[in-house]
Design a protein around this ligand. Structure first.
Ligand SMILES: Nc1ncnc2c1ncn2[C@@H]1O[C@H](COP(=O)(O)OP(=O)(O)OP(=O)(O)O)[C@@H](O)[C@H]1O
Ligand SMILES: [Mg+2]
Length: 362
């Protein structure tokens, strides 16, 4: 039996995780391996909840065992997902495995739309997901998730009050828009906004999360600086349209995260409003804002390209109605971007050191 077990392990050593470029045994992805006569059982522990990869790896394991051990074995594989983390050193939110900032330079390019739909897409795959609307002066997440009228509860624990995030479409969410009336928050000075963000992070009962997405305001503001000072940020996603002026601004956002002393890894670029297709001409693409500007931007800066999202009326309608389009059928673009993002998070966690919080100098 021991010999058979060793043979199975050796066979599985020939299967590589396509993202991490190492074999499954070395990566610790094979757990609870048991062999009994002709029966082989084990758990395949994946680092992303992305659905298509699970089946590919499972098939590769079975094929490797058949080819290298014996073709008459009965193989049972359990699938499990354990999203990795490099954030265990964070005293503020140690149970949040990954914090992902969604940023852009230019306003209105679709950060909030991407944040909402990607968050819901990850939750659809079984991940535990939170979404924090850090756009203190112009929060749009409550509208996009249809909960403008709801108020988060306050929970008392160990002598301290915590906000309890709302839960919608399988994700936890919190927004300044749920706490302060818009006209009140609008006149806050920078330090008040920063304090509010710190509360939304640290004084909130987020619990255990695989991913906490932070929807940032446009540009590079005090809020961005507060975020990187308050918690170690796993990485940032840059959203842009293919348009030249959006790309110029995207470069500024990129440079902010990459600046020495901030050093937040860029997980990838999303090109939104990439093209329009008229319903009566389904095979034609109209490049209203230019063609492939986001893709080229990613290539130029050697960043992962997470994908394109077309300009689609349903996306805007979903945002306005509070029902994210990713909940409808054929919402492929966001599902694929969510999978690509989860993949980049796993790669980042395997290859790069934990992010450190930025020293407060002012
Ligand atoms: N791919 C798309 N197709 C159709 N409409 C879209 C698309 N992406 C975003 N929109 C719409 O464009 C508007 C702006 O999008 P969104 O609010 O997500 O941008 P933003 O970058 O978060 O803006 P801000 O900088 O103000 O925070 C919204 O009304 C949204 O519904
Ligand atoms: Mg927004």
């Amino acid at each position: 039996m021991l010999f058979l077990k060793k043979q199975v392990i050796d066979a599985l050593r020939t299967v590589e995780d396509p993202d991490l470029k190492q074999d499954l045994v070395t990566l610790g992805m094979i757990q609870d391996l048991g062999v009994n006569q002709k029966q082989v059982t084990f758990t395949l522990v994946l680092t992303t909840p992305a659905c298509p990869l699970q089946e590919i790896l499972k098939k590769a394991c079975i094929e490797a065992i058949y080819a290298k051990v014996a073709a008459d074995l009965e193989i049972t594989i359990q699938l499990d997902t354990q999203v990795t983390s490099t954030r265990t050193h964070d005293p503020v939110l140690p149970q949040v495995k990954n914090i992902i900032a969604i940023a852009s330079g230019k306003g209105g390019v679709g950060k909030s739309t991407v944040a909402v739909n990607v968050a819901v897409a990850l939750a659809k795959c079984g991940a535990q997901v939170g979404l924090l609307d850090a756009d203190i002066f112009g929060p749009s997440i409550p509208t996009m998730l249809g909960c403008e009228q709801e108020k988060p509860q306050v929970m008392h624990q160990a002598g301290k009050n915590y906000l309890v995030p709302l839960e919608k479409h399988g994700i936890k969410l919190l927004s300044m828009g749920l706490l302060a009336p818009a006209d009140e928050a609008m006149v806050w000075r920078g330090p008040m906004a920063s304090k509010a963000l710190r509360q939304l992070l640290g004084d909130t009962f987020w619990g255990v999360l695989d991913y906490l997405l932070i929807d940032l305001p446009p540009g590079t503001s005090d809020i961005h600086l507060t975020l990187v000072q308050a918690v170690p940020v796993t990485g940032a996603v840059i959203v842009t349209t293919p348009q030249k002026i959006a790309l110029v601004d995207a470069t500024k956002a990129l440079e902010m995260f990459q600046k020495q002393g901030i050093d937040v890894p860029i997980l990838g670029v999303v090109e939104n409003m990439a093209y329009f297709t008229a319903p009566e001409l389904p095979n034609s693409k109209y490049y209203l804002f230019g063609q492939e500007g986001g893709k080229e931007f990613a290539a130029q800066h050697k960043l992962p390209f997470l994908g394109q999202i077309p300009l689609v009326q349903r996306i805007r309608e979903g945002g306005d109605a509070g029902i994210p389009v990713v909940l409808q059928e054929n919402a492929g673009a966001f599902d694929n971007i969510a999978a690509a993002l989860a993949q980049q998070v796993a790669i980042r966690n395997a290859r790069l050191a934990p992010t450190q919080t930025v020293e407060r100098t002012r």
